[in-house]
Design a protein around this ligand. Structure first.
Ligand code: 3PG
Length: 211
């Protein structure tokens, strides 16, 4: 499962984090992102429409990799897997949730914000972690600092990142991709402005790690 997740986080430099109010918009959104070069999208469980949106994308846009984000409780693990989510993302990972996530039927990118939390997740078998909230928790400097002590771990930083700050993160060897809401913000989704979302997504897809 780690290898599957590794493949997903290497598919594009940015994972758009989206909050969907109307599940009907999710298919246009997924097509727009995939066309622009962002195949992976994290749908947060922050709205009643989220599960339907995940199911709609999984069914109608098979070339998209839809993740379920903001997974906070044990019961949501089966719900999102049943809806067709390809992997699970959590903002933080208390020990009991980590234990349940270890047995999840799909890959998991658990959230952490400290070295101790990252070590606990590594002990539980997770190697690819979400670093959240990234900019508030130390940003790219934190990630650079943990490369030495935690060489086996990689991180998808999310929280406070935008087009301008993404390159500093993507230049780090332990950062395969970053996440953020700037690509498909709620206002643009509400307006159905997929042209603008497509432009933002294309710019995000063009961000690359220097090789
Ligand atoms: C998340 O859940 O990952 C955050 O809400 C990302 O938000 P931001 O990109 O707007 O900081």
């Amino acid at each position: 499962r780690t290898e599957t997740l590794r493949k997903y986080v290497r598919m594009a430099p940015v994972i758009p984090v989206v909050t969907i109010e109307d599940a009907r918009t999710s298919i246009d959104l997924a097509h727009t992102l995939v066309r622009a070069g962002l195949a992976v999208v994290e749908v947060t469980l922050r709205t009643p429409a989220a599960l339907d949106a995940i199911a709609a994308i999984a069914k109608a846009v098979p070339e998209a990799i839809v993740a379920a984000g903001t997974v906070l409780t044990e019961s949501q693990i089966a719900e999102v897997a049943d809806a067709g989510a390809k992997f699970i993302v959590t903002p933080g990972t208390p020990p009991k949730l980590a234990e349940r996530l270890s047995a999840a039927p799909i890959p998991v990118m658990p959230g952490c914000a400290t070295v101790t939390e990252a070590m606990a997740l590594a002990e539980a078998g997770f190697e690819i972690l979400k670093f959240f909230p990234a900019s508030a928790s130390g940003g790219a400097a934190w990630l650079r600092s943990v490369q030495g002590p935690l060489p086996a771990l990689s991180f998808c930083p999310t929280g406070g990142i935008d087009q301008a700050s993404a390159p500093a993160y993507l230049s780090l060897a332990n950062v395969p991709c970053v996440g953020g809401t700037w690509v498909a913000p709620a206002e643009l989704l509400r307006k159905g402005d997929f042209d603008r979302i497509g432009e933002l997504a294309a710019a995000a897809a063009a961000l690359r790690r220097p090789t």
